[in-house]
Design a protein around this ligand. Structure first.
Ligand SMILES: *Cc1c(COP(=O)(O)O)cnc(C)c1O
Length: 347
């Protein structure tokens, strides 16, 4: 498969905007080339359009070369760029597992691309054959979220690889929650698959949701197209500087606690009589099937505990999605749920 043949023709021939910093990359000198203010307040200069310092910190953490890394304004930017690079509006289609993260379909709709949603198997496992059968010659992107939101499970790498090998377009594996999983993820095999894009983010395990830093990993060719189509200064100076600082503060201990709390929380939830199922999770949340999801959701809101109601989502009828909080927050959740149990069994 030639990746170039999958690129929209107008993108293939796109002449990207060339910034002042693209044309002169030195660091020292009198900079009179970008019409910036010369008065230094910390933010008077445009950011590096290629985020070289941030990428140089991410590269050893992820064990991926800098030329294979894209940084966007959240994962949403990377998702939208992939549609704009690979899909012809009104003609191409994309495929996604379902249920999954809602942004894939929003980005498809925004770009006038039909999304073909392929239901997970009843046990939430990956329907490899049905995903491949959904493809035709206009299919350009296929989204697999692993660990999946909202079901929480990660898919075995061999199964994802079967999809990557069999799909005649770009397979996007969204690993927003991979740091909470015991699965290795797809980065170790990234270089084997020219049609693979892996998405990760600093929003979850790294605790930087407020900064908006999404990561994409792919061949240098695909990353090159993403760089050409993105806004030139998509990551601002403040975001880069704070992300660079926070990347040096280890999060392994937080991840360890969250995984331990996930197990404890799952056990406590499973003991409650109105809980019908706690699905296995490789993420920092639990999908929980309960007797009356809407009533329980409203009760928790009344107690100022906010979870996500997934009752209306396919295959998730009766389910609430609960993020693992601090040990104290999780204890409060369990205590409050036990009071609900007493209250409902009284009447
Ligand atoms: C939270 C989440 C992301 C991260 O989005 P950002 O825009 O990077 O904050 C990506 N994919 C999934 C499935 C998520 O749940």
């Amino acid at each position: 498969m030639q990746i170039t043949d999958l690129i929209r023709p107008n993108i293939r021939s796109l002449q990207p905007y060339s910034t002042a910093r693209d044309e002169y990359e030195g660091e020292l000198g009198i900079f009179l080339d970008a019409n910036e203010s010369p008065y230094d307040n910390g933010y008077n200069r445009y950011p590096d359009p290629h985020q070289k310092r941030l990428k140089s910190l991410l590269s050893p953490i992820k064990r991926v070369e800098m030329e294979n890394i894209f940084i966007g304004n959240g994962s949403d930017e990377a998702i939208d760029l992939l549609f704009r690079i690979f899909c012809q509006p009104g003609r191409s289609n994309a495929i996604s597992i379902s249920p999954s993260y809602g942004m894939y379909e929003v980005a498809a709709d925004t770009n006038d691309v039909k999304m073909r949603k392929v239901l997970l198997n009843d046990d939430f496992s990956l329907p490899v054959d049905r995903l491949l059968e959904a493809a035709d010659s206009d299919s350009r992107l296929l989204f697999i979220c692993s660990p999946n939101n909202p079901t929480g499970n990660a898919f075995p790498r061999e199964e994802i690889e079967r999809v990557v090998r069999g799909f005649p377009g770009i397979v996007v594996v969204d690993e927003a929650y991979i740091d909470f999983s015991d699965e290795p993820g797809m980065l170790p095999v990234l270089s084997e698959y020219p049609n693979l894009v892996v998405l990760q983010t600093l929003s979850k395990a790294w605790g930087m949701a407020g900064l908006r830093c999404g990561l994409a990993f792919a061949s240098a060719e695909i990353i090159g197209y993403m760089n050409r189509v993105k806004y030139p200064y998509n990551i601002n100076v403040a975001t880069s500087a704070i992300a660079e600082r926070l990347l040096s503060e280890p999060v392994a201990e937080h991840i360890r606690i969250i995984k331990k709390e996930r197990r404890k929380l799952a056990e406590s939830l499973a003991d409650l009589p109105f809980v019908e199922s706690v699905y296995p999770s490789d993420a920092n949340f639990l999908l929980v099937k309960v007797r009356d999801a809407n009533a329980l959701y409203d009760y928790l809101i009344g107690k100022k505990i906010i979870v996500r109601n997934r009752d209306k989502v396919v295959l998730c009828k009766g389910c609430l999605r609960m993020t693992v909080g601090t040990p104290e927050e999780n204890q409060r959740l369990i205590t409050t749920l036990k009071e609900y149990e007493e209250k409902t069994s009284d009447c």
